[in-house]
Design a protein around this ligand. Structure first.
Ligand code: COA
Length: 130
C-alpha cells in the first residue's frame, strides 16, 4: 500500500493486493486476492472485485458493482456496471472490449495471473525483437 492510499471502513482487502498512490477502496467493498488498484483509481463503496482484478490508473468503479476474476478496467475508464471475469473494459462508461481465454496460470494463484498482467505485457513488448 503506497502513501495516500485509502481503505474505508468495513472494506475487506485480500492477500497480495497492491494499492497504488492515491488508490482508494470504499466502505464495505471487497477486493480479492492479487488485485491491483493503480494510481489515482477508486473502488466504490460495496464493490466486489474478484481475484487478480486490475483497475488501471485513474479508473473508477461505480459503487456496488461486481468485477469478475482477472478482469481489467483500463486507465481513465469508468466501470458503471458489472464486468465479467477475464474481460478488459475501457472508456467512459467502460465497454467490454476483449474476453481473452483464461490462461492456465490464472486458474491457480494471483501471482500466476500476473504473468499476463498489463504491466507485465509492457515488459514483454520491450523485450521482444522489433
Ligand atoms: C486497457 C489496457 C490493458 C488495454 O491494453 P491492450 O490490450 O494492449 O490494448 P491496446 O493498447 O492494443 O489498445 C486497443 C484499443 O483500445 C484503446 N484503448 C486502450 N486502452 C484504453 C483506455 N484506457 N481508454 C480508452 N481506450 C483505450 C486503444 O487506443 C486502442 O484503440 P484502437 O484499436 O482504436 O487503436 C491498457 O490500455 C490499459 O489501460 N492499461 C492500464 C495501464 C495503467 O493504468 N498503468 C498504470 C500506470 S501507473
Amino acid at each position: 500500500m503506497l502513501p495516500y492510499a485509502m481503505i474505508d471502513i468495513n472494506a475487506h482487502v485480500g492477500n497480495q493486493v497492491i494499492l497504488y498512490f492515491r488508490g482508494g477502496v470504499g466502505h464495505d467493498a471487497i477486493v480479492g486476492d492479487g488485485c491491483m488498484v493503480l494510481t489515482n483509481s477508486s473502488v466504490g463503496a460495496r464493490c466486489v472485485l474478484g481475484e487478480g482484478v486490475t483497475i488501471g490508473s485513474t479508473g473508477f468503479c461505480n459503487p456496488g458493482i461486481r468485477i469478475g476474476d482477472y478482469a481489467i478496467v483500463g486507465a481513465v475508464s469508468f466501470a458503471a456496471r458489472d464486468i465479467p471475469a477475464h474481460t478488459t473494459a475501457i472508456g467512459v462508461p467502460a465497454r467490454h472490449v476483449t474476453r481473452p481465454a483464461a490462461p492456465e496460470a490464472a486458474a491457480t494463484t494471483p501471482l500466476g495471473a500476473m504473468s499476463w498482467h498489463p504491466m507485465r505485457s509492457c515488459e514483454s513488448r520491450r523485450d521482444s525483437p522489433s
